[in-house]
Design a protein around this ligand. Structure first.
Ligand SMILES: Cc1cc2nc3c(=O)[nH]c(=O)nc-3n(C[C@H](O)[C@H](O)[C@H](O)COP(=O)(O)OP(=O)(O)OC[C@H]3O[C@@H](n4cnc5c(N)ncnc54)[C@H](O)[C@@H]3O)c2cc1C
Length: 381
């Protein structure tokens, strides 16, 4: 019998298993894929992710980002250069395997290549069916991603809003190194409610586009245009385009029921403005670990403290981020004009990414600039 069974071995699941094992709890993590496994992701790691983890990520860092090039519908590039790396990139195949290794080294039991098929409550405990076995535990932590089976099985996390994405990996040829090394390219006018990106890795590029809501045809066209504009159309493709979803919630939801809780993408905790999800996956793991540590001593753990903590710690940020999304969606030209005329805005955005300021602060900054510029928000373009 385990104290906790964690469903899913992405950053949320590995982060939670690591923390619980370090606190001396018996933890089993069940992951359906064999690792290393592919995960569609640009692999951007912000400085606040580094602060969430108490171990060194340098073995899996692919590139250090010190230059950002923002365009609106592929025009008017605004370049921001930072003295220190403001973002790092990783390959999720290696990054996720590394986090799992850390969880195993901390004492968590990890079984990969075995999907969870069913979960049943049994007299205050749970029986988690995977492979031919029933694994028993007091608490189930659902870290099984955007289409979480744990969420569906226990009727949790309400109705998610799904963003659609396409991502491909390109070989980074030596003659293109100078242009792409250490540089993130983002275009946010190319899609009405989304953006396209190119993120560098050590010898490859992640290129993609995503939107909420997003039609696959528009997203594919946006990605094609981005590749053309950056002269990457003929570049060798290492992995063809693959689609995946980004799960969001418009407001904080109940993320627990009795001894079951959800974290990361399973809980719909992706940042609606940037699409960043790794940080919130790790942060929700930290909040869950604190509540589980308290509750595991009770015969019937009650995890309501976790839903309350997520609401308190993340709710204000999510509501300000959604206000920004509503303010700026379809109005890329306005945001871009602010960026062109106020270099401080890009610096503020990087402070937001680093976690040095929060969304309410960044929202106020944007609103003040709009007022100072006398910009009345016109019809959406
Ligand atoms: C195209 C794209 C680009 C992105 N770029 C970024 C970025 O640059 N930076 C960033 O921070 N975020 C990014 N994100 C978001 C980020 O990838 C996710 O938010 C993050 O992976 C969430 O981690 P997680 O552990 O909650 O879920 P996941 O990483 O999805 O892990 C869930 C795990 O659960 C396993 N699983 C599922 N079902 C079962 C089952 N029945 N039994 C056992 N295991 C199961 C899956 O195999 C998977 O390993 C991007 C997402 C997309 C789609």
């Amino acid at each position: 019998m385990k104290d906790v069974i964690v469903a899913g071995g992405g950053p949320a699941g590995a982060g939670l298993a690591y923390r619980l094992a370090r606190k001396g709890m018996s933890v089993l993590l069940l992951e359906k894929s064999s690792f290393p496994r592919f995960k569609s992701c640009a692999g951007g790691i912000t400085l606040k992710v580094m602060r969430e983890l108490d171990f060194d990520l340098s073995p899996v860092i692919e590139d250090e980002i010190t230059r950002f090039i923002f365009t609106a519908n592929l025009e008017g590039p605004v370049e921001t250069v930072t003295g220190e790396p403001a973002v790092y990139t990783v390959n999720r195949e290696k990054f996720d395997a590394y986090l799992l290794q850390k969880a195993a080294a901390a004492g968590a039991e990890i079984i990969t290549g075995v999907p969870i098929r069913k979960m049943e409550a049994e007299g205050g405990l749970f029986c988690v069916n995977a492979g031919d076995s029933c694994f028993r535990c007091k608490i189930i932590a659902g870290a099984d991603g955007a289409n979480s089976m744990v969420a569906r099985s226990f009727g949790l996390a309400g109705k998610k809003i799904f963003g659609a994405t396409l991502e491909c990996r390109l070989f980074l040829p030596p003659e293109k190194e100078a242009r792409f090394r250490g540089t993130i390219h983002v275009d946010y006018g190319i899609l009405r409610q989304g953006y396209a990106w190119v993120f560098p890795k050590s010898s490859s590029l992640s290129a993609g586009a995503g939107a909420t809501p997003g039609s696959p045809v528009e997203i594919r066209t946006a990605l094609k245009k981005m590749l053309e504009a950056l002269d990457l159309k003929e570049t060798e493709m290492l992995l063809p385009e693959r689609g995946w979803v980004l799960p969001f919630h418009s407001s904080p939801q109940q993320l627990h029921r009795g001894g079951v809780l959800l974290l990361g993408d399973a809980a719909g905790l992706v940042d609606p403005f940037t699409g960043e999800g790794i940080y919130n996956a790790l942060k929700s793991a930290r909040l869950a670990a604190a509540v589980i540590e308290e509750e595991i001593r009770r015969p019937y753990p009650d995890l309501r403290g976790y839903s309350a903590l997520v609401k308190k710690e993340m709710g204000p940020g999510f509501s300000a981020a959604w206000r920004l999304v509503r303010l700026l969606s379809g109005r890329a030209s306005i945001y871009h004009r602010l960026l062109q005329r106020h270099p401080g805005l890009a610096a503020k955005f990087l402070e937001l990414l680093a976690g040095r300021i929060n969304y309410p602060h960044f929202l106020r900054h944007c609103l003040n600039l709009l007022i100072r510029e006398g910009l009345h928000l016109p019809q959406r373009t």
